[in-house]
Design a protein around this ligand. Structure first.
Ligand SMILES: Cc1ncc(COP(=O)(O)O)c(C=O)c1O
Length: 443
C-alpha cells in the first residue's frame, strides 16, 4: 500500500460531527485516511492499531480484498434496484445466508441501513404483529436502563442513556425500562458472564403486574450492553427474560447490532446463551463496516402473521429506499464468506481466555475501578477526576491516538475495546500494553 501523505482538509467548518465534541475536534482533528487489516493510517501515514474494529463493525478487518473486490464488481454490474415492488438476486441470497446463521426459526430477514433503523423496524414489526392478530392493545415497549439502541426516536425511547434522551422531548409514550444489570459491588473484575444479577430479570414480572401483559408488545435488550461500557449478561438472566416473555405472550427482541457476527464467538449471541428471541436486530458486522447495512431477523410466525388478505396489497407498510442495497448485499455476501472461510467466529472462542487475561493484567493500574470482558470485548472503568466526569477517559483516547498509536473507544469514563476478529495474540498484547501506558499517563 502506498504510504504517500493524503492532503489534509483546510476547512473543517461545514461538517457537524456526530457524537463528537466539535470544537475540541476541530482544534486538534483525528483523521484516518487509509486502513488495512488491523491498522488505520493517518493522512501523514502514521499507523494506528485498531482496538475497536472502527465502531464495533469491521469484524473481518479493514479493506479485505474479497470485500473490496465484491463491492467493485457490484458497482459495475448493478448500482441500484428499486427496493419496493422490485428486487435483485443478491438480496435473497444474503437473506438466506443470514437466516442460515440465526438460531431456531428466525428465518425472515428485513433489510435496512443501520442499527438505528433496525431497532425502529423491529419495534414497528412488534406493534404491527400484535395489531394484525387482533391484539392491538399491546402497544407498550420495554427497554432497559443503560441500554443503547441507536438514535432514532424508537431507539432512544427504549434506550436508557440519559444524555441521549433528555434533549428530545417526550419520546415514544408507553415505554418502561428494566433496571440495568451492572453492579460493581457484586460483579467487579469478572471475566465473562457475572454470577450475580440473574434475578434482575424478575423485574419484568413487576412491570407486567403494573401495566398488565395485555398492553405490552415487546421487550428489547442487548444480550451484552456494548455502548454503555461492555456489560455482559448475568448468568441465567436472558433465559429468565425469555421464560417471562413466553408466559405473557410478549415478544423478545435481542439487539445484536454489536454482538452479531462473531463478537461473542458465535454468529449471534443468542446462540452463546441458548436463548432464541423473536427478533434479532443486526448491522455493523454484516458488511464488516464496508457499506452501511442493517436488518431484522424475525421468526416464521411473525412473518406469517402478515401474510393474509388480497395478494396485491402490501402486507407491512415499512421500508427504506436503500433496503437491501446491491452494494451492501455484495459486501455482506463477501463478508459472510470471509467469516466462514477464516473461521473467525471460532477464532474468538479460542482467543477469549487470552484476551480476558490480557485485559485483567491492567487491574492494578492507578484509577482502574473495574474491568469486564466477554468474547473479544473489554470494558475498563476509570475513576473520574473531581468535578470533571469523562475527562480522564477522553484524555486517554487522545493519548492513545497521538502517543501510543492505538484506537480505543471511550463512553463516559469507560474504555471499550473490541478489535477486529483477525487480531493476533501478539496484537492483543500490544493493544493492552499501549492501553496500560495510556492509563498510567492519565492516572
Ligand atoms: C446495540 C446497538 N443498537 C443500535 C445501534 C445503532 O446503530 P447505528 O449507529 O448503525 O444506527 C448501536 C450502535 O452502536 C448499538 O450498539
Amino acid at each position: 500500500m502506498s504510504m504517500a501523505a493524503t492532503p489534509i482538509p483546510n476547512d473543517l467548518d461545514a461538517f457537524w460531527l456526530p457524537f463528537t465534541p466539535n470544537r475540541a475536534f476541530k482544534r486538534a482533528p483525528r483523521l484516518f485516511a487509509r486502513a488495512k487489516d488491523m491498522h488505520y493510517f493517518t493522512p501523514e501515514g502514521r499507523a494506528v492499531l485498531d482496538g475497536c474494529a472502527g465502531l464495533w463493525c469491521t469484524n473481518a478487518g479493514h479493506n479485505r480484498d474479497p470485500i473490496v473486490d465484491a463491492i467493485k464488481r457490484q458497482t459495475e454490474e448493478l448500482d441500484y434496484a428499486p427496493a419496493f415492488q422490485f428486487a435483485h438476486p443478491k438480496s435473497f441470497e444474503l437473506a438466506s445466508r443470514i437466516a442460515g446463521l440465526a438460531p431456531g426459526d428466525l428465518n425472515r430477514v428485513f433489510f435496512c441501513n443501520s442499527g438505528s433503523e433496525a431497532v425502529d423496524t423491529a419495534l414497528k414489526i412488534a406493534l404491527a404483529y400484535h395489531y394484525v392478530r387482533g391484539e392491538g392493545a399491546r402497544t407498550r415497549l420495554i427497554g432497559r436502563e443503560r441500554g443503547y439502541h441507536g438514535t432514532g426516536f424508537g431507539g432512544i425511547s427504549v434506550g436508557g442513556i440519559v444524555s441521549n434522551r433528555k434533549f428530545f422531548g417526550t419520546l415514544l409514550t408507553g415505554v418502561d425500562h428494566l433496571p440495568a444489570t451492572y453492579s460493581r459491588e457484586h460483579q467487579a473484575f469478572t471475566k465473562g458472564e457475572p454470577d450475580w444479577g440473574g434475578h434482575l430479570a424478575d423485574e419484568l414480572e413487576r412491570i407486567v403486574a403494573l401495566h398488565d401483559a395485555s398492553t405490552i408488545a415487546a421487550v428489547i435488550v442487548e444480550p451484552m450492553a456494548g455502548s454503555t461500557g461492555v456489560l455482559p449478561p448475568p448468568k441465567g438472566y436472558l433465559q429468565k427474560l425469555r421464560a417471562i416473555c413466553d408466559r405473557y405472550g410478549i415478544l423478545l427482541i435481542f439487539d445484536e447490532v454489536i454482538t452479531g457476527f462473531g463478537r461473542l464467538g458465535h454468529a449471534f449471541a443468542a446462540e452463546r446463551y441458548g436463548v432464541t428471541p423473536d427478533m434479532i436486530t443486526f448491522a455493523k458486522g454484516i458488511t464488516s463496516g464496508a457499506v452501511p447495512m442493517g436488518g431484522v431477523i424475525a421468526r416464521d410466525r411473525l412473518y406469517e402473521a402478515f401474510m393474509h388478505g388480497p395478494e396485491h396489497v402490501i402486507e407491512l407498510f415499512h421500508g427504506y429506499t436503500y433496503s437491501a442495497h446491491p452494494l451492501a448485499c455484495a459486501a455482506g455476501l463477501a463478508t459472510l464468506d470471509l467469516y466462514r472461510d477464516e473461521k473467525l467466529f471460532e477464532r474468538v472462542n479460542a482467543l477469549e481466555p487470552h484476551f480476558a487475561e490480557a485485559a485483567m493484567s491492567l487491574r492494578n493500574l492507578p484509577g482502574v475501578l473495574d474491568i469486564r470482558t466477554v468474547g473479544l470485548t473489554a470494558g475498563i472503568d476509570l475513576a473520574s477526576r473531581p468535578g470533571a466526569p469523562g475527562l480522564r477517559a477522553y484524555e486517554a483516547m487522545e493519548r492513545a491516538f497521538r502517543d501510543e498509536g492505538v484506537l480505543i473507544r471511550v463512553t463516559g469514563e469507560t474504555i471499550a475495546l473490541s478489535p477486529p476478529l483477525i487480531v493476533s495474540e501478539s496484537e492483543i498484547g500490544e493493544i493492552f500494553d499501549k492501553v496500560g501506558q495510556v492509563i498510567r499517563a492519565v492516572g
